[in-house]
Design a protein around this ligand. Structure first.
Ligand code: PMP
Length: 397
């Protein structure tokens, strides 16, 4: 029977890393996968994480199951980070949620929850978005549609088209937004635009869902939460999916969370019970280690300071690579205005490179970029930036 199974296509992004690993050319550069790399091209384990692991190893050990929705202490630090230390939501009893295996796990739990409880709802995704978004909702049986987000000619947010689209989405549908550092465009709404978007969404009676995978990678922990917090109005409802893969460098530990803000305590209890039901039938309860690391760091003043410094260093390196790429491209006289790259935020830059140009870079220069032209800026280093700029010059020339 199994011989009838057809070969699935390679994952668009992770498949490129497989091809990269198989490429024998020593000068190869991987700008495809969404993983931070330091100036030596390594993905470091943060010092605060090493120290938290030392402390955890020295303390009491417990390998019994966690509750279905995970550790409550962890949920509290997650909410403090997303909603702010002073948020009234923290003690309101209005937030249901779960500690999940990565942000992806949180998105899937949310998708199962929506499918089960709002079977008629469509989830609206930005065009473009992270390619795993449509896959996750499709796997859960949730229909998706798209709203305009990116204005190619100006490399900016298509705010007017986006607002007009929101006004025509049926009430009761769900709209997914990237909390910050939009993947793949690197373009986020300004404070004024967030305000307009939030008003339009609530006026229309939509349920907002924020995918918050890069807090601290854009302009800072608090600054990057501006959009999420704009949604936290008096009795508003909101889903937030957090990931600590990037900002704690805990990719393989699979540590994330789903927080569901409800309008009343009673609603939150019911939502919690439904989320738990989805999780029980999915992976039963979450892995503990990554969440223990995050909680240890966020509850200890010194570890937290170390983390914030390490996060600042990652953010500054990415932003300086952005500026350097623009400078080198300009210095080399590469046709076109690339200044927009320095304005984008987060790990990614939507470069505007076409599929053919991306292919040329891979074939002739062993430079790997996603077909959409999305560049992982964190893959640029002082050692490879010149060659990358030169290759882009040839590709667009
Ligand atoms: N959302 C977005 C927009 C992402 O880019 C990612 C990671 N690439 C995730 C969610 C999920 O991250 P993880 O499951 O690794 O925590």
């Amino acid at each position: 029977m199994l011989e009838t199974v057809e070969l699935a296509p390679r994952d668009a992004i992770l498949g490129l890393t497989v091809a990269f690993n198989e490429d024998p050319r020593p000068e190869k550069v991987n700008l495809s996968v969404g993983v931070y790399q330091d100036e030596h091209g390594r993905t470091p384990t943060l010092e605060c994480v090493r120290e938290a692991e030392r402390q955890l190893a020295a303390g009491p050990s417990n390998k019994s199951y966690l509750p279905i929705s995970g550790s409550t202490g962890y949920a509290e630090v997650v909410q403090r980070l997303a909603f702010g230390e002073q948020s009234k939501l923290l003690s309101s009893g209005r937030v249901a949620g779960a500690h999940t295996p990565g942000g992806t796990g949180g998105l899937r739990v949310a998708a199962d929850f929506l499918h089960e409880n709002f079977p008629k709802a469509t989830v609206w995704l930005s065009d473009p978005t992270w390619p795993n978004h449509p896959s996750i909702f499709a796997a859960a049986g949730v229909p998706t549609k798209t709203y305009p987000y990116f204005d190619q000619p100006t490399n900016s947010l298509a705010i007017d088209e986006m607002l007009a689209a929101i006004e025509s989405i049926p009430a009761g549908d769900v709209i997914l937004l990237h909390g910050c550092c939009h993947n793949p465009t690197g373009i986020d709404p300004t404070a004024k635009e967030w305000h307009q978007i939030v008003q339009a969404i609530y006026q229309r009676g939509l349920l907002p869902f924020l995918d918050f995978a890069y807090q601290g990678f854009g302009d800072g922990l608090e600054q990057d939460a501006a959009g999420v917090r704009e949604f936290c109005q008096a009795d508003s409802e909101l889903l937030v999916c957090s990931s600590f893969s990037k900002n704690f460098g805990l990719y393989r530990e699979r540590v994330g969370a789903l927080s569901v803000v409800c309008s009343t305590k009673e609603a939150a209890s019911a939502v919690q019970s439904q989320i738990n039901r989805s999780i029980r039938a999915n992976y039963s309860n979450p892995p503990a280690h990554g969440a223990e690391i995050v909680e240890t760091i966020l509850r200890d003043q010194i570890l937290r300071e170390t983390w914030e410094q390490e996060l600042t260093n990652m953010r500054n390196r990415i932003n300086s690579m952005r500026q350097q790429l623009v400078d080198v491209l300009t210095a080399k006289g590469v046709p076109g205005d690339y200044s927009f790259m320095a304005r984008q935020r987060g790990m990614f830059s939507f470069s505007g490179l076409t599929k053919d140009q991306v292919e040329l870079l891979r074939e002739q220069y062993a430079i790997y970029i996603v077909g959409s032209g999305r560049i992982n800026v964190a893959g640029l280093t002082p050692a490879n930036i010149d060659r990358v700029a030169e290759a882009i010059g040839v590709a667009v020339g």
